[in-house]
Design a protein around this ligand. Structure first.
Ligand SMILES: Nc1[nH]c(=O)nc2c1ncn2[C@H]1C[C@H](O)[C@@H](COP(=O)(O)OP(=O)(O)OP(=O)(O)O)O1
Length: 172
């Protein structure tokens, strides 16, 4: 049984809307070592904050270009994550999967590209929540995850699988 949440999700609103993209090709996943901003030093997918007037899809394509110099082809949104943080603003994150891209990934001021075999994903160097939803994304299933953080630790979580996406976008 899920313990009661330490926060009231009904009144929860994200201060930051952001995106993440995971590109999978030939049995490998393209990750980044993030060099600055929130989560610097961690391994993650490319992504970042949604600019005013931008859709999540436009954002994830732009951020991937800025961070790795490549253009993702046909990114598909599969997940939505709500992060209630203790010491930084709360985040609503749209998570995408793509199977192809154009260009060659290059290291930039923001990110270093890293390819991993799908069986070798370095979860110990990623955010603590990632192990709970990245395997679901890699199975091409949709999901909605909610995580409450105390610093770097997850103190409460809930994952719903096979979620229907409202084409109008997030409610918060
Ligand atoms: N718990 C978590 N698990 C995870 O996998 N990614 C997380 C995460 N919390 C934040 N992120 C990611 C999602 C998103 O790509 C990014 C948002 O952090 P920031 O607001 O610092 O963005 P960036 O600095 O990358 O954005 P820009 O300032 O737009 O470049 O961090």
């Amino acid at each position: 049984m899920t313990p009661p949440s330490p926060i009231d999700w009904a009144s929860w609103r994200a201060e930051i809307h952001a995106t993440l993209l995971f590109i999978v090709r030939d049995g490998e996943i393209l990750l980044i070592e993030k060099k600055r901003g929130l989560g610097a030093g961690k391994i993650n997918g490319p992504g970042g904050k949604i600019d005013p007037g931008e859709t999540p899809l436009e954002c994830v394509v732009r951020e991937t270009r800025e961070e790795l110099g490549i253009t993702a082809k046909r990114p598909r949104k599969l997940g939505e994550l709500h992060f209630a943080m203790s010491d930084v603003p709360d985040i609503l994150c749209h998570v995408f999967l793509a199977r192809d891209f154009s260009g060659q990934p290059v290291e930039t001021e923001e990110a270093k590209p890293l390819w991993y075999k799908l069986g070798d994903i370095p979860y110990e160097r990623m955010w603590k929540d990632d192990i709970h939803w990245l395997p679901v994304l890699l199975d091409e299933r949709s999901f909605h995850g909610r995580f409450v953080f105390e610093g770097e630790e997850v103190v409460w979580q809930d994952m719903q699988l096979d979620t229907y996406w409202d084409p109008e976008g997030p409610r918060h």
